[in-house]
Design a protein around this ligand. Structure first.
Ligand code: NAP
Length: 319
């Protein structure tokens, strides 16, 4: 059987796959151009892909032999699930293993934005540090006592909530499915309506997947419902925020700041966001710790092997 991988992965995973299959790795332009992917997919039995590889209808239409897609991510919004289901293609993904890393980064971004760490770093590096320890110099915000509004209380949302509790924050959440009361009690979280989340949160952090309901949900109409002092954090998917509206909302001081790990179009090259002091930017590194990325490679590899063997994958997307 043939396995195609859209870019380099950990050696141990490639070695394991090469014992069983004819493995081809794409080494050229990243993300792989659609034309190349369509060409390669024709005689591929198993595909390993990444979140920015669009596995859409055009690609799947050419997948004559494809039986398994194993994505190196927890998000699977880049795969046409309906088409995959029609073609009886199984999909493996990597939840859980990246929950802690992504929750850590989220808290890091919240602290950074509230205490203006990156802003201060930019100030020093540009040689503009003048005031020393003045009562009003470079003041930020306390985390203790602030209301953190979590949008999407799944694995990562819950891990963020637990960490936020430790900082003395009050955690409210809105999610598609409400958690059991016992779980809410254990996590010290309060379920609120979406409107309430927008109106009363000091910081809103997004942990829902990108889907039809969430795409551009955070837009000007909803920014206007938020506190003027509110901050927004996104370590989920870029398209959940309408980026153009966010830029306007920040410029017009409708909300106060943003910390973003994901963008509508990645990589983010030129954008007004890069010029804003009240914005912290990260290059989509939510899951990017050495341990987590290696574990993701192991699961991605094992999902593919198990799927091609017709066995139950470690984690498969319910189609
Ligand atoms: P998860 O466990 O599936 O949690 C997602 C939560 O969002 C679930 O509680 C889900 O509710 C809720 N949800 C879904 N649609 C919603 C909607 N329309 N409105 C409100 N809530 C909704 O996923 P996870 O592991 O926490 O990951 C969350 C997302 O983070 C992933 O989809 C991925 O895109 C992103 N992510 C990014 C990075 C990064 O590198 N920045 C790393 C990891 C993950 P239900 O219970 O009803 O399904």
């Amino acid at each position: 059987m043939r396995v195609f991988i859209t870019r380099r992965l950990h050696d141990f995973a490639i070695k394991e796959l090469s014992k069983r299959y004819r493995v081809t790795i794409h080494h050229g332009e990243i993300p792989i151009p659609k034309k190349t992917l369509i060409e390669k997919i024709k005689d591929t039995d198993g595909l390993i892909c990444f979140p920015y590889d669009k596995i859409d209808n055009d690609v799947l239409a050419n997948a004559k032999k494809l039986r398994v897609i194993s994505t190196y991510s927890v998000g699977y919004d880049h795969i046409d699930l309906q088409q995959a289901k029609k073609k009886n293609i199984k999909i493996g993904y990597t939840p859980e293993v990246l929950t802690n890393a992504t929750a850590d980064l989220t808290i890091g971004l919240i602290i950074d934005l509230m205490r203006r760490i990156t802003e201060g770093d930019r100030l020093i590096r540009s040689g503009d540090w003048r005031q020393i320890f003045g009562a009003f110099d470079y003041v930020g915000q306390d985390m203790n006592g602030k209301t953190l509004g979590v949008f999407g209380m799944g694995r990562i949302g819950q891990a963020v909530a637990m960490r936020a509790n430790a900082f003395g924050m009050n955690v409210s959440y809105y999610s598609r499915t409400r958690l059991a009361k016992s779980q809410e009690k254990k996590l010290k979280i309060k379920h609120v309506s979406f409107l309430n989340l927008l109106k009363n949160s000091d910081i809103i952090t997004i942990h829902a997947p990108q889907n039809k309901q969430t795409e551009h949900l955070f837009n000007m109409k909803n920014f206007k419902k938020m506190k003027k002092s509110a901050l927004i954090i996104n370590t989920a998917r870029g398209k959940i925020i309408n980026q153009k509206d966010l830029i306007s909302a920040l410029k017009l001081k409708i909300i106060s700041g943003a910390a973003l790990d994901v963008f509508e179009k990645e990589p983010l090259c030129t954008s007004p966001l890069t010029k804003m002091q009240n914005v912290v930017l990260a290059p989509h590194i939510g899951s990017s710790s050495a341990q987590t990325r290696a574990e993701m490679a192991r699961i991605t590899m094992q999902n593919l092997v198990l799927g091609l063997q017709g066995k139950k994958m470690i984690y498969s997307v319910h189609l």
